[in-house]
Design a protein around this ligand. Sequence first.
Ligand SMILES: [Ca+2]
Ligand SMILES: [Ca+2]
Ligand SMILES: [Ca+2]
Length: 127
Amino acid sequence: MVLFKLFIVCGIIAVGALSVEAADMELQLVDKNCWIEIFEDDTYDADDPHVKIQGPKEFATMTNLEGKDWADDIESVIVGSNASVHAYEDKDFKGTEITFAPGQRVPNLGKLDMANDIESMKISCQK
Ligand SMILES: [Ca+2]
Ligand SMILES: [Ca+2]
Ligand SMILES: [Ca+2]
């Protein structure tokens, strides 16, 4: 009986260890806080097109991002708490570059002189 109980306890520990490992792997595959949400209009207008992009990822061009041409069309962004993003005025990471910090929210890119001007971006995840 004691042996049987020991067997059950070991089993529970083994299952527990496995699920922790699975959770770790999932975190490595998808960092839930590494993303940027881009909006076609300012002040995060949800009535107009907007899309959340999972990082890490690089876009040399944004002409076909989830079925929409986003080149020169982004006016506001929200950055996930574990992402930092470099955005460029031209495609292929050229032209004026601006950086968005983790957790940053920019309701109006016009204040940074980048409204409807971003054509490429790099999303990287913090450690
Ligand atoms: Ca609108
Ligand atoms: Ca726009
Ligand atoms: Ca541009």
